[in-house]
Design a protein around this ligand. Structure first.
Ligand code: NAD
Length: 289
């Protein structure tokens, strides 16, 4: 609709999220110029081949030097090191944001490296797929999905408003949340479900040795959905659990209690308990849709 929200944007890490951001920026004319950097030469070559970013830089310093907005789109465990690398090269007045799936550790690890002349506003688009890498992105990924922004005390409200407009122009609905609450909510809605999917696929894989390939061959809807989730990037998900330890352990504890209650109901033939439980969960699903 209008002109660019930021004249120059830098994307650090060129995977699913960054590449989707580029195509969405291009679709909406949201940035004047986008430079990109990825650590591996193979990723940079792929990016150049498919026209991802206006300029793909071989040095991270060059990528961020003139940027008005710098987006850290690397695995959560790499955020601190990347922030330290870019810090000396940032333009005064620039905004730095991230897209990591965990917010508390990212804020404590990134913030201290950055000069006081830049605005740091953590963020998290609640959108993704099980695919990764520079070729997995698409322009509609953020459409009608939430992006959560996590400004800390003292963050310049104008810088927050601009970042909000940026995400809205990428198609997202934007809300603000504090880091601790974000990490607990995401432990319930995303992190623990992923862990359960990994477990279920692992169990089936063990079982396959007993039943040949039948588990895979006859895989029905339930199991198929788990395998899709369990195909997600191992580095990204390792970092999520290492960085959202407290909240995921809390939710896993509750999950285990519920699982034991259901296990007991099955053993004792408590049909009422199972029926009531499934009735309650069905109502939750109908409330979402
Ligand atoms: P991805 O695996 O597709 O891409 C990650 C990129 O970071 C790659 O270009 C990789 O080369 C680069 N990278 C990896 N380690 C690095 C390092 N140490 N230094 C510099 N670059 C490095 O991942 P993605 O799905 O785009 O995820 C990026 C971030 O977005 C992660 O923090 C993730 O938690 C978050 N996120 C992911 C999803 C999702 O569903 N995939 C959704 C929301 C947020």
């Amino acid at each position: 609709s209008d002109g660019p929200v930021y004249e120059r944007v830098a994307l650090i890490g060129l995977g699913l999220i960054a590449s989707s951001m580029f195509w969405a920026m291009k679709r909406g004319g949201v940035a004047g110029h986008v430079s990109g950097y990825a650590r591996s030469e193979a990723t940079r070559d792929t990016a150049r081949r498919i026209g991802l970013c206006h300029t793909v830089c071989d040095s991270i310093a060059e990528a961020v030097a003139d940027a008005d907005l710098v987006v850290l789109a690397v695995p959560v465990g790499a955020m601190g090191a990347v922030a330290a690398e870019i810090a000396p090269h940032l333009k005064p007045g620039a905004t730095v944001t991230d897209v990591g799936s965990v917010k508390r550790t990212v804020i404590t690890e990134v913030g201290p490296h950055l000069p006081e002349t830049v605005h740091f506003i953590a963020g998290h688009p609640l959108a993704g797929t099980e695919h990764s890498g520079p070729e997995s992105g698409f322009s509609t990924l953020f459409d009608n999905r939430f992006t959560l922004l996590v400004p800390v005390e003292g963050t310049d409200p104008e810088a927050v408003a601009r970042l909000r407009t940026f995400w809205e122009r990428l198609g997202a609905r934007v809300e603000e949340m504090d880091a601790e609450h974000h990490d607990l909510v995401l432990a319930v809605t995303s992190h623990t479900p992923h862990l359960i999917a990994y477990t279920m696929v692992g169990v089936a894989d063990d079982l396959r040795r007993v039943t040949d390939s039948e588990v895979i061959k006859y895989s029905a809807a339930g199991f198929r959905d788990f395998t899709r989730i369990a195909a997600s990037d191992p580095t990204m998900w390792r970092d999520v659990f290492l960085n959202n330890k407290e909240a995921t352990l809390e939710i896993l504890g509750r999950f285990t209690e519920e699982l034991f209650a259901l296990q007991r109901a099955i053993r004792t033939g408590d049909g009422d308990m199972l029926f009531d439980y499934f009735t309650r969960t069905r109502a939750i699903r109908r409330g979402i849709l």
